[in-house]
Write a protein that binds this ligand. Structure first.
Ligand code: PEP
Length: 242
């Protein structure tokens, strides 16, 4: 299975979210390709109505680890499931950076997602500074190990998203990404023994998508900006049809 995940972040209003969902629904994708769209919480119901009954499935951009209670503004796994969500991004670098999400919180969210029947897509990646200091492997290893501590499941999905590549127009080379994907797969094999898919994210566009999509050990892509504009989303989806 290969995954195409569209993360619309806080980029679009309701009408545009619906329009993007219609584009995703209409796209012809090859067998073995799973398209997952992640609107903001407030558009999940509207987008869900558009993709309902199609091959496109719904993802959320985050979820809280507590199941219910006095947690103003938080959204829980059960609420997402009620809306038809099947996947949830956990530990996106923007959550870590702007909302103080720690590796430990990511671990709690991963456990809560599995316990509640959602497939987490765990985002990991190093900063520019860590990369320059030669710390990519140690940082990513630590993130993966902590995220899956105490987790024993059949299926793991991880998105390797170097922070310096997110929204910057400076994508990783497919060779560099592949090396990190191999490392992640090795760690998951040793620690969890789970089946593991690793997606690449960071400035994927219609121009470089083909390269990532066709590189061994890259099991799909997580796309932000280019998935939130109708022209580029259409071009990206067109590449999934063969
Ligand atoms: C993302 O938000 O996960 C992402 C990869 O963003 P972009 O494609 O805009 O770099």
């Amino acid at each position: 299975m290969k995954y195409f995940i569209a993360n619309w972040k806080m980029y679009v209003g309701r009408a545009d979210a619906v329009m993007l969902a219609e584009i995703a629904r209409a796209a012809k994708t090859a067998e073995g390709v799973q398209t997952i769209v992640c609107p903001s919480f407030v558009h999940i119901d509207a987008v869900g109505r558009v993709v309902s009954g199609s091959a496109v499935v719904l993802g959320a951009q985050d979820a809280y680890f507590e199941s219910s209670g006095a947690f103003t503004s938080a959204v829980g796994i059960k609420e997402l499931k009620e809306l038809g969500v099947s996947h949830v991004l956990v530990g996106h670098s923007e959550r870590r950076r702007y909302f103080g999400e720690t590796d430990e919180a990511v671990n709690k969210k991963v456990k809560a997602a599995y316990a509640g029947g959602l497939q987490p897509v765990v985002c990991v990646g190093e900063t520019e500074q860590e990369r320059t200091a030669g710390q990519t492997e140690s940082r990513v290893s630590a993130q993966v190990r902590t995220a899956f501590q105490g987790v024993s499941v059949k299926k793991v999905i991880i998105a390797y998203e170097p922070i310096w590549a997110i929204g910057t127009g400076k994508a990783s080379s497919s060779a560099d990404a592949r090396a990190v994907h191999q490392l992640i797969k090795q760690i998951v094999k040793e620690t969890n023994g789970s089946q593991c898919s690793v997606l690449y994210g960071g400035s994927v566009t219609p121009d470089n998508m083909h390269e990532f999509w066709n590189t061994t050990d890259i099991d799909g892509v997580l796309v932000g900006g280019a998935s939130a504009r109708k022209e580029t989303l259409s071009s990206l989806l067109a590449l999934l049809s063969f």
